[in-house]
Design a protein around this ligand. Structure first.
Ligand code: HEC
Length: 197
């Protein structure tokens, strides 16, 4: 086999390996799995409120002045990304909590800031949406306490599938390196043979 054909094979192998990797990358955690905010709604007294109007209400009452969503905002109060889940996905309980607050602990009663039932349910729709955001596992199991402080939960443990991904990755990488070395050695041999001729 001549040197150029080997070089071509050495380039072809990594190229062919990249194709399945590229395809797989679209079908894993990288793909956007977030719902359409207009389709996330809550019902209250026969009316439906969606997450888009919910976000406007969330901004209007300046929740971000104290809270965070996916870690962005102010660090005075708990992160609200998964608040909907913490309230047992109970719309009425969450709306009620917002309206009456816990003044002793720093959460102002929103009814005192002009929030009515309708706006409360709008915000609930928004928090229902943030609860469905694909945050790629954030926050980790128990990594953020209800008060927003990181606890001592250990790092995520490796599972079987992860280990196989790593082993396969190492094997494929070695194959690529092997192809390059083989190509280089063959090239040297060819050059040597040519010199003797
Ligand atoms: C002045 C600061 C402040 C503002 C503004 C504020 N909050 Fe809070 N909020 C707090 C504090 C402090 C707590 C924690 C209270 C506790 O531990 O009982 C809290 C708690 C909460 C909780 C319960 C969190 C949990 O997971 O247990 C929710 C839900 C919540 N707030 C929603 C909102 C929403 C929605 C808004 C905007 C409409 C808002 N808050 C505006 C300070 C604030």
């Amino acid at each position: 086999m001549n040197r150029y054909r080997l070089m071509l094979i050495g380039l072809l192998i990594p190229t062919l390996l990249m194709i399945p990797y590229s395809v797989i990358s679209f079908y894993t955690d990288f793909a956007n799995k977030n719902p359409d905010p207009l389709s996330v709604t809550v019902e209250f007294r026969g009316k439906s409120y969606d997450a888009v109007e919910g976000k406007k209400a969330f901004e209007q009452y300046q929740c971000m002045g104290c809270h965070t969503i996916v870690g962005n905002g102010a660090y005075f109060a708990p992160d609200l990304t998964r608040a909907y889940k913490r309230f047992g996905e109970n719309d009425a309980a969450l709306a009620g909590f917002m309206l009456s607050g816990t003044p002793a602990k720093g959460m102002p009663p929103m009814s005192g800031r002009g929030m009515g039932d309708e706006d409360a349910y709008r915000v609930v729709a928004f928090l229902k949406y943030t609860d469905r955001l694909d945050t790629n596992g954030w926050p980790g199991e128990g990594s953020w306490d209800r008060d927003g402080s990181p606890d001592s939960a250990g790092a995520k443990k490796l599972i079987g599938a992860d280990i196989w991904q790593i082993i396969l990755g190492i094997l494929l990488f070695n194959l690529m390196v092997f192809a390059v070395i083989l190509n280089y050695e063959r090239g040297k041999e060819d050059a040597g043979r040519r010199k003797h001729e």
